[in-house]
Design a protein around this ligand. Structure first.
Ligand code: SF4
Ligand code: SF4
Length: 146
């Protein structure tokens, strides 16, 4: 068989195989998510930056300002501060700053907290060219959420 006819047969076979795949894919359910028109729901184990957990009734942070998360963080991302109101034995959280530019999402902070006071958020679409946009005031964030 001449090279010409051999090329025609191979080309036709390749075209049929290609069209077969195309038609098969055409009738499969669409799995592409049309982001940003549809916002995907993150899985429960997704790790966004950390955030404070508020008391279900009062909305106030569960944090008792023990400082364990701050000490556990290998990247020094966390700054926690609190104060004792007059007549109270417990500290009240006044500042919880997260420097997300240094966070590796290792989870040491969440694991170290014995008061169910921090968790991973489901925020994933963070984009900015400004470093300041990744310094999060988590007390303010919790107030805005409640
Ligand atoms: S978030 Fe948890 S570990 Fe961190 S200071 Fe508050 S109570 Fe302590
Ligand atoms: S996830 Fe890891 S790196 Fe990020 S703030 Fe917590 S301890 Fe630090």
């Amino acid at each position: 068989m001449s090279d010409y006819w051999s090329d025609v047969i191979n080309g036709t076979r390749s075209l049929v195989i290609g069209m077969n795949i195309t038609v098969r894919e055409l009738f499969k359910p669409v799995i592409t998510e049309q982001y940003p028109h549809f916002v995907p729901v993150m899985t429960p184990r997704f790790r966004g930056h950390i955030e404070l957990i508020g008391n279900e009734e009062t909305g106030l942070p569960n944090c008792v300002v023990c400082g364990m998360c701050q000490r556990a963080c290998p990247s020094s991302c966390i700054t926690v501060a609190g104060e004792k109101p007059e007549g109270s034995k417990k500290k009240v959280l006044t500042k919880y700053i997260l420097d997300f530019t240094k966070c590796s999402l290792c989870g040491s902070c969440v694991e170290s907290c014995n008061f169910n006071a921090i968790k991973f958020s489901h925020d994933y679409n963070l984009a900015s060219t400004r470093k300041e946009d990744y310094i999060f005031d988590l007390v303010k964030r919790l107030e805005e959420q409640s």
